[in-house]
Design a protein around this ligand. Structure first.
Ligand code: FAD
Ligand code: NAD
Length: 453
């Protein structure tokens, strides 16, 4: 091995978070090495947010067309996956080619290295025979990978994760989905709208178990309306696979069969084999714990899914900004997680920010709940079919501010904007109640929920 090259920063993993950090530091004039072993951009553009939201856009178009009878005449809907697969291939992923992203980084002056990085000591990173010494430090942004549960018989079968589901050129006739979280539900609903017979198996007693119980009920009703069968409180115990597909035996003794099996049972940080022990960190930790400047240790920062602060692209971008400002000594606000937004893009969309009612009560807050139902609002009434949803507000009565909120509905994700500002800025409930909410919008249901307090 030759002499180690002296640089300012090495960024390990150029997904959403790492690409942002590496690009901005290079633009600022630092000597930056960015290492990526798969595709620059990471999960979100190639197998996550973007292609799955293209699928959802297509599924929602079908669902909306099916709502024409009774509203606007007659419509014949013939689903075809080919344009969806084509759009993902040609528009979203460039057939899973990251040339544009690599060129953008090198255009900023960054040094790009394709390969698997390992940390070999303080400030030291190696890829194959090349080694660098980073004077300012290392940024770890290695993201997460799908968790494959240790179910008897599962390993070695051609199960799908999100990656195979996104790359599918044709759809199966039947699909079994393990996991009723965001990935499982978004993909289950889309596939069902394209005519696939889908069954979701969720181990806990409700779908979207981390969100409000009302969100779980809304999601379950929406999936049922699309013909998805959902089983909760049961776990897969045994899997066999043969030519015709998969057979899954569940903890209640029943069996399910499906042409394809999608495993969507959560994500785990990619920390194994990174060499974290060479810089005094625990390589078996679930996540890298950061301070409010995204520092893990002296000269080590971490951003994105790997920090465990919420596996969302907006969190990776947010943390990247904090880390960049810290590395460049620019100051500004530290990371603050009290108003984390998230949206599950089922139809209806289920958006939430801050604490759920349960979390607020567990923190010992003096909780007050506001609630309104979308179908009972003027806009919901006008909208008719597809108007399901609600607003739920979690108020800290002693401080008179919202600490959390959920907005479920046809534009649940968009309506979350106002609620995110309210939670983040701790807008007094009295001010929110004195706000004029335009008529007849969906977001006026926020006013209804405030009035119910
Ligand atoms: C199906 C699906 C749908 C999603 N939808 C949404 C959504 O709608 N909205 C949303 O906000 N979020 C969504 N997410 C989550 C979002 O994709 C992630 O939060 C985001 O990609 C995290 O970015 P990251 O940079 O932390 O990690 P990643 O995007 O995972 O990038 C990490 C990169 O590091 C590389 N790497 C790992 N180890 C090494 C190493 N040793 N050497 C070199 N390179 C390495 C990997 O190859 C990878 O490219 C979705 C995720 C999935 C799976
Ligand atoms: N719209 C979005 O922003 C979006 C979309 C997709 C993914 N994501 C991100 O990716 C993360 C991962 O998504 P996910 O859906 O894989 O994980 P998740 O953790 O949200 O849900 C996984 C579900 O699988 C269940 N489960 C675990 N083991 C099981 C088993 N053996 N049998 C049956 N059920 C089992 C869990 O109880 C859980 O409800 C999300 O939490 C989110 O951060 C975001």
């Amino acid at each position: 091995m030759g002499e180690a090259q002296q640089v300012d920063v090495v960024v390990v993993g150029l997904g959403v978070g790492g690409e942002e950090v590496a690009g901005r530091l290079a633009q600022a004039g630092l000597s930056v090495v960015g290492v990526e072993h798969t595709l620059v951009g990471g999960e979100c553009p190639y197998w996550g947010c973007i292609p799955t939201k293209m699928m959802i856009r297509a599924g929602n178009a079908l669902a909306e067309a099916r709502r024409i009878p009774g509203l606007a005449g007659a419509a014949q809907v013939q689903p075809d996956w080919a344009p969806v697969a084509r759009r993902i291939r040609e528009q979203a992923t460039d057939t899973w080619d990251d040339k544009v992203a690599v060129d953008r980084f090198t255009g900023h002056g960054g040094q790009f290295v394709r390969g698997r990085a390992t940390v070999t000591g303080p400030g030291r990173v190696r890829v194959g025979e090349q080694e660098w010494v980073a004077g300012r430090g290392i940024v770890v942004a290695t993201g997460t990978t799908a968790v494959i549960p240790p179910i008897d018989g599962l390993a070695g079968t051609p199960y799908w994760t999100n990656r195979e589901a996104v790359e599918a050129e044709t759809l199966p006739e039947t699909l079994l989905v393990l996991g009723g979280g965001a990935i499982g539900l978004e993909l289950a609903q889309v596939m069902a709208r394209f005519g696939v017979q889908v069954t979701v198996v969720e181990g806990s007693d409700r779908l979207l178990a981390m969100e409000e119980p009302e969100s779980s009920e809304t999601a379950a009703a929406a999936l049922a309306a699309d013909g998805v069968k959902t089983l909760t409180g049961v776990r897969a115990e045994h899997v066999t696979q043969a030519e015709g597909g998969f057979t899954v035996r569940l903890s209640d003794g029943s069996t399910l069969t499906g042409e394809r099996l999608l495993v969507a049972t959560g994500r785990a940080a990619r920390l194994a084999g990174l060499g974290l022990e060479t810089i005094g960190l625990d390589p078996s930790a679930r996540f890298l714990t950061t301070d409010d400047r995204m520092r893990v240790a002296e000269g080590v920062w971490a951003v994105g899914d790997v920090t465990g602060n919420g596996a969302f692209t907006h969190m990776a971008m947010y943390e990247a900004d904090v880390a960049v400002r810290d590395i460049l000594g620019q100051g500004g606000p530290g990371a603050d997680y009290h108003a984390k937004p998230r949206v599950t893009f089922t139809d209806p969309e289920i958006g939430a920010v801050g604490l759920t009612e349960r979390q607020a009560r567990d923190q010992g807050l003096d909780v007050q709940i506001g609630f309104s139902s979308l179908p009972s609002s003027s806009r919901g009434f006008v909208h008719g079919p597809g108007n399901e949803g609600f607003i739920k507000l979690v108020v800290d009565r002693s401080r008179g501010v919202l600490v959390g909120a959920t907005s479920a509905g046809p534009s649940g994700g968009e309506m979350l904007g106002a609620l995110s500002v309210a939670v983040k800025a701790e807008v007094p409930v009295a001010t929110l109640q004195a706000t004029i909410w335009a008529y007849p919008t969906f977001h006026r249901a926020i006013g209804d929920a405030l009035r119910s307090l």
